[in-house]
Ligand binder design. Sequence first.
Ligand code: SAM
Length: 274
Amino acid sequence: MTDIRPYPLSNLHATSRSHHDALSDLLDDDTMYRITSLIDRESFPATGLPSGTWAGASMLEVGAGAGSVAQKMRYLVGDTGRVVALDLHPAIEPDGNLEVVQLDLLSDEPLPEGPFHLIHARLTLGHLPPRKAITARLIDRLVPGGWLCLEDFRARRENIAVVGADAEIVEEFQRTVGRKVFDAHGTDPGWAPGMHQTLTDLGMTGVETRTFSSYWGGGNAGARFLTAIHAQTYDKVLAAGMDKARLDRVPEIMAQPATLIHGHEVFSVVAQRG
Ligand SMILES: C[S@@+](CC[C@H](N)C(=O)[O-])C[C@H]1O[C@@H](n2cnc3c(N)ncnc32)[C@H](O)[C@@H]1O
């Protein structure tokens, strides 16, 4: 029987480290800017924290993976703060003010005890069909005035190639893995652009969305990310009908300096619990 559990990737795969390292290189600067800039908001003191600093805060990192964001949060909250990194298969060890929780968000297991001043989830909820219910459970773990930051890809399924003689092969891979693997396993490409309205519907205030994206190729972080996805989904993409000779060439094409494709657009939404 086909395995159709949501999230077709795995932190237990040999390429998990390079997958997470590439995501960190690709996204952490923007993520940390979003989180740190919240302290300048007029409404920040509603968290109950002293104005202008995350020092002493409690933060929850959801779908922490290898924990690059959780590690950066530790420096924001300092020795008097607390960071909890949650994942189905955490690839990070507890250390000092960092706790690690192994938890399946698709189960009824209770979320880590809060309350938290900030909860962040990146590239995780879009994969999990009960995403709105999980979001409501996360909001429930925030202090009044606490912040939720959700970040997810609006996965590109068309007009992907930018330049490069063989970029159309990567385009075919991206289209196939997107539709036949991720979407078939429950990933919702409409989740990211809909997060703003979802958070409004759930009663959050000050909801704000920003988007950003980059070209992937020439061996850059986006190319390394796509190469790890290729390794982790290879059998499924082959079974979905992509020609093996073309599929085999994807990593080599993404490493070529002449190849550029449109990376997925990231939606970054921040909102405050009223
Ligand atoms: C694409 S990775 C993103 C990792 C990290 N948030 C980042 O953006 O770099 C998705 C993460 O969600 C985790 N995940 C997938 N399904 C999960 C579940 N049911 N419960 C908890 N975590 C899950 C995976 O193990 C993985 O670490």
